[in-house]
Design a binder for this molecule. Structure first.
Ligand code: VGL
Ligand code: ZN
Length: 229
Protein backbone atom coordinates (compact mmCIF):
# COMPACT_ATOMS: atom_id res chain seq x y z
CA UNK A 1 0.00 0.00 0.00
CA UNK A 2 1.32 3.46 -0.71
CA UNK A 3 2.47 5.24 2.41
CA UNK A 4 2.88 8.98 2.75
CA UNK A 5 0.19 10.55 0.64
CA UNK A 6 -2.43 7.97 -0.21
CA UNK A 7 -4.26 8.97 -3.40
CA UNK A 8 -7.87 9.92 -2.77
CA UNK A 9 -9.03 7.33 -5.27
CA UNK A 10 -6.96 4.48 -3.82
CA UNK A 11 -9.33 1.50 -3.98
CA UNK A 12 -7.13 -1.57 -4.30
CA UNK A 13 -8.00 -5.13 -5.30
CA UNK A 14 -5.84 -8.26 -5.11
CA UNK A 15 -5.50 -10.71 -7.99
CA UNK A 16 -4.09 -14.10 -7.00
CA UNK A 17 -3.15 -15.79 -10.23
CA UNK A 18 -3.25 -19.56 -10.82
CA UNK A 19 -2.15 -20.87 -7.40
CA UNK A 20 -3.00 -24.41 -8.51
CA UNK A 21 -1.57 -27.83 -7.82
CA UNK A 22 -0.31 -28.34 -11.36
CA UNK A 23 1.86 -25.22 -11.10
CA UNK A 24 3.43 -26.33 -7.81
CA UNK A 25 6.10 -28.83 -6.78
CA UNK A 26 6.45 -31.64 -6.05
CA UNK A 27 3.69 -33.19 -8.19
CA UNK A 28 2.48 -30.46 -10.52
CA UNK A 29 2.64 -31.32 -14.22
CA UNK A 30 3.90 -27.78 -14.94
CA UNK A 31 5.54 -27.13 -11.60
CA UNK A 32 7.11 -23.71 -11.18
CA UNK A 33 10.17 -23.81 -8.92
CA UNK A 34 9.27 -22.37 -5.53
CA UNK A 35 5.60 -22.11 -6.45
CA UNK A 36 4.43 -23.31 -3.06
CA UNK A 37 6.81 -21.02 -1.17
CA UNK A 38 4.77 -17.92 -1.99
CA UNK A 39 1.61 -19.14 -0.21
CA UNK A 40 2.46 -17.39 3.11
CA UNK A 41 3.14 -14.09 1.35
CA UNK A 42 -0.12 -14.35 -0.58
CA UNK A 43 -2.06 -15.25 2.58
CA UNK A 44 -0.62 -12.19 4.26
CA UNK A 45 -1.90 -10.04 1.39
CA UNK A 46 -5.27 -11.82 1.44
CA UNK A 47 -5.65 -10.82 5.10
CA UNK A 48 -4.92 -7.14 4.38
CA UNK A 49 -8.17 -5.27 5.11
CA UNK A 50 -7.51 -2.56 2.53
CA UNK A 51 -8.52 -4.67 -0.46
CA UNK A 52 -12.00 -3.97 -1.79
CA UNK A 53 -11.98 -7.27 -3.69
CA UNK A 54 -9.84 -10.42 -3.58
CA UNK A 55 -9.92 -12.50 -6.76
CA UNK A 56 -8.29 -15.88 -7.34
CA UNK A 57 -7.92 -17.22 -10.85
CA UNK A 58 -7.76 -20.77 -12.08
CA UNK A 59 -6.23 -21.90 -15.34
CA UNK A 60 -9.02 -24.27 -16.41
CA UNK A 61 -8.43 -26.13 -19.65
CA UNK A 62 -10.37 -28.74 -21.61
CA UNK A 63 -8.29 -31.83 -22.48
CA UNK A 64 -8.13 -30.76 -26.14
CA UNK A 65 -6.70 -27.32 -25.34
CA UNK A 66 -4.40 -25.81 -27.97
CA UNK A 67 -1.61 -25.16 -25.43
CA UNK A 68 -1.08 -28.86 -24.67
CA UNK A 69 1.84 -30.34 -26.59
CA UNK A 70 0.07 -33.72 -26.67
CA UNK A 71 -2.63 -32.21 -28.91
CA UNK A 72 -0.13 -31.48 -31.71
CA UNK A 73 1.65 -33.78 -34.16
CA UNK A 74 5.31 -34.74 -33.80
CA UNK A 75 7.94 -33.49 -34.09
CA UNK A 76 6.73 -30.00 -33.11
CA UNK A 77 5.03 -31.11 -29.93
CA UNK A 78 7.72 -30.96 -27.30
CA UNK A 79 6.51 -29.38 -24.05
CA UNK A 80 8.35 -26.17 -23.10
CA UNK A 81 10.25 -25.88 -26.40
CA UNK A 82 7.75 -26.27 -29.26
CA UNK A 83 5.39 -23.57 -30.43
CA UNK A 84 2.05 -23.73 -32.22
CA UNK A 85 0.21 -21.13 -34.27
CA UNK A 86 -3.06 -19.85 -32.83
CA UNK A 87 -5.45 -18.55 -35.48
CA UNK A 88 -8.18 -16.04 -34.68
CA UNK A 89 -11.40 -18.07 -35.00
CA UNK A 90 -13.18 -14.91 -36.20
CA UNK A 91 -10.51 -13.71 -38.64
CA UNK A 92 -8.18 -16.33 -40.04
CA UNK A 93 -5.76 -13.61 -41.24
CA UNK A 94 -4.74 -13.01 -37.65
CA UNK A 95 -2.50 -15.37 -35.72
CA UNK A 96 0.23 -15.62 -33.10
CA UNK A 97 2.54 -18.36 -31.96
CA UNK A 98 2.29 -19.81 -28.49
CA UNK A 99 4.52 -22.03 -26.39
CA UNK A 100 3.35 -25.61 -25.85
CA UNK A 101 3.07 -27.06 -22.35
CA UNK A 102 2.58 -30.38 -20.65
CA UNK A 103 -1.10 -31.14 -20.02
CA UNK A 104 -2.05 -29.03 -16.97
CA UNK A 105 -5.02 -27.67 -15.02
CA UNK A 106 -7.54 -29.88 -16.79
CA UNK A 107 -11.10 -29.03 -15.76
CA UNK A 108 -12.31 -31.20 -12.88
CA UNK A 109 -8.90 -32.67 -12.01
CA UNK A 110 -6.97 -32.30 -8.76
CA UNK A 111 -4.22 -30.52 -10.69
CA UNK A 112 -6.63 -27.68 -11.40
CA UNK A 113 -7.54 -27.17 -7.73
CA UNK A 114 -6.14 -24.28 -5.72
CA UNK A 115 -3.17 -25.32 -3.57
CA UNK A 116 -3.56 -26.47 0.00
CA UNK A 117 -2.75 -23.79 2.51
CA UNK A 118 -4.00 -20.90 0.42
CA UNK A 119 -6.58 -18.99 2.46
CA UNK A 120 -9.48 -19.55 0.08
CA UNK A 121 -11.97 -18.29 2.70
CA UNK A 122 -10.58 -14.80 2.15
CA UNK A 123 -11.22 -14.96 -1.61
CA UNK A 124 -14.35 -13.15 -2.83
CA UNK A 125 -14.38 -14.37 -6.41
CA UNK A 126 -12.81 -17.22 -8.38
CA UNK A 127 -12.41 -16.68 -12.11
CA UNK A 128 -11.70 -19.63 -14.39
CA UNK A 129 -9.86 -18.97 -17.64
CA UNK A 130 -8.46 -20.87 -20.60
CA UNK A 131 -11.64 -22.84 -21.24
CA UNK A 132 -11.75 -22.04 -24.96
CA UNK A 133 -9.70 -24.81 -26.58
CA UNK A 134 -8.93 -22.64 -29.63
CA UNK A 135 -6.88 -19.92 -27.91
CA UNK A 136 -4.27 -19.45 -25.21
CA UNK A 137 -5.42 -17.24 -22.36
CA UNK A 138 -2.66 -16.29 -19.95
CA UNK A 139 -4.44 -13.14 -18.78
CA UNK A 140 -7.36 -13.20 -16.37
CA UNK A 141 -9.04 -10.55 -18.55
CA UNK A 142 -9.08 -11.99 -22.09
CA UNK A 143 -7.17 -13.91 -24.75
CA UNK A 144 -5.19 -11.89 -27.31
CA UNK A 145 -8.11 -11.98 -29.82
CA UNK A 146 -10.74 -11.32 -27.16
CA UNK A 147 -12.79 -14.30 -28.30
CA UNK A 148 -12.82 -15.32 -24.64
CA UNK A 149 -13.44 -12.56 -22.09
CA UNK A 150 -13.90 -12.94 -18.35
CA UNK A 151 -15.94 -10.93 -15.87
CA UNK A 152 -12.76 -9.52 -14.27
CA UNK A 153 -13.05 -5.92 -15.48
CA UNK A 154 -16.75 -5.74 -14.65
CA UNK A 155 -16.17 -7.18 -11.16
CA UNK A 156 -13.35 -4.71 -10.43
CA UNK A 157 -15.24 -1.70 -11.78
CA UNK A 158 -18.36 -2.66 -9.86
CA UNK A 159 -16.35 -2.44 -6.62
CA UNK A 160 -14.88 0.92 -7.65
CA UNK A 161 -11.39 -0.57 -7.84
CA UNK A 162 -8.64 1.75 -9.11
CA UNK A 163 -5.48 -0.14 -8.11
CA UNK A 164 -4.82 -3.80 -8.86
CA UNK A 165 -2.17 -5.78 -6.95
CA UNK A 166 -1.04 -8.94 -8.71
CA UNK A 167 0.65 -12.06 -7.26
CA UNK A 168 0.76 -15.77 -8.10
CA UNK A 169 2.02 -17.97 -10.93
CA UNK A 170 3.74 -17.64 -13.19
CA UNK A 171 5.53 -14.30 -13.16
CA UNK A 172 6.62 -14.58 -16.81
CA UNK A 173 3.26 -15.81 -18.18
CA UNK A 174 -0.08 -15.36 -16.45
CA UNK A 175 1.03 -12.77 -13.88
CA UNK A 176 2.69 -10.69 -16.59
CA UNK A 177 -0.24 -10.95 -19.00
CA UNK A 178 -2.78 -10.12 -16.29
CA UNK A 179 -0.77 -7.13 -15.06
CA UNK A 180 -0.37 -5.75 -18.60
CA UNK A 181 -4.07 -6.15 -19.37
CA UNK A 182 -4.99 -4.54 -16.05
CA UNK A 183 -3.00 -1.50 -17.23
CA UNK A 184 -4.83 -1.62 -20.56
CA UNK A 185 -8.09 -1.63 -18.63
CA UNK A 186 -7.03 1.61 -16.96
CA UNK A 187 -5.98 0.44 -13.49
CA UNK A 188 -2.89 1.42 -11.55
CA UNK A 189 -1.04 -1.88 -11.29
CA UNK A 190 1.41 -3.24 -8.73
CA UNK A 191 3.10 -6.63 -9.04
CA UNK A 192 4.39 -7.83 -5.68
CA UNK A 193 7.38 -9.76 -6.95
CA UNK A 194 8.06 -11.90 -3.90
CA UNK A 195 4.48 -13.13 -4.24
CA UNK A 196 5.36 -14.62 -7.62
CA UNK A 197 7.65 -17.25 -9.15
CA UNK A 198 8.67 -17.65 -12.81
CA UNK A 199 8.75 -20.62 -15.18
CA UNK A 200 12.12 -19.33 -16.42
CA UNK A 201 13.81 -17.87 -13.36
CA UNK A 202 17.06 -16.95 -15.13
CA UNK A 203 18.23 -13.44 -14.31
CA UNK A 204 18.01 -12.44 -17.95
CA UNK A 205 14.38 -13.48 -18.21
CA UNK A 206 13.38 -11.91 -14.89
CA UNK A 207 15.06 -8.63 -15.91
CA UNK A 208 13.27 -8.74 -19.25
CA UNK A 209 9.86 -9.25 -17.65
CA UNK A 210 10.58 -6.48 -15.08
CA UNK A 211 11.38 -4.16 -18.01
CA UNK A 212 8.27 -5.09 -20.00
CA UNK A 213 6.08 -4.46 -16.98
CA UNK A 214 7.75 -1.18 -16.01
CA UNK A 215 7.61 0.11 -19.58
CA UNK A 216 3.86 -0.43 -19.48
CA UNK A 217 3.65 1.59 -16.26
CA UNK A 218 3.31 -1.37 -13.91
CA UNK A 219 5.01 -0.95 -10.52
CA UNK A 220 7.14 -3.97 -9.63
CA UNK A 221 7.68 -3.95 -5.86
CA UNK A 222 8.50 -6.30 -3.00
CA UNK A 223 6.59 -6.88 0.22
CA UNK A 224 8.85 -4.67 2.32
CA UNK A 225 8.99 -1.81 -0.18
CA UNK A 226 7.69 1.57 0.85
CA UNK A 227 4.81 1.23 -1.60
CA UNK A 228 3.51 -1.81 0.26
CA UNK A 229 3.28 0.23 3.49
C1 VGL B 1 0.45 -20.53 -17.15
C2 VGL B 1 1.62 -21.70 -18.74
C3 VGL B 1 0.45 -22.27 -19.20
C4 VGL B 1 0.48 -19.58 -16.01
C5 VGL B 1 -0.73 -21.08 -17.61
O1 VGL B 1 -0.41 -19.66 -15.13
O2 VGL B 1 1.42 -18.75 -15.95
N1 VGL B 1 1.61 -20.83 -17.73
N2 VGL B 1 -0.71 -21.95 -18.63
ZN1 ZN C 1 -2.47 -23.06 -19.12
Amino acid sequence: MPTGTIPADFHPALLVIDMQNDFCPPDGSLAVTGGRDIVPCINKLLSTPAFALRVATKDYHPTDHISFACNHPAPDNVPFTSFARVINPNNTEESYTTRLWPEHCVQGTDGAELVNGLNIDAVDLIIEKGQDKRVEMYSVFYDPFKVSESTATAALKEKGVTWVYVVGLAYDYCVKASALDARTEGFEVVVVKDGTRAVDASKQNLDEVDDQLRQAGVRVVSMDDEEMG
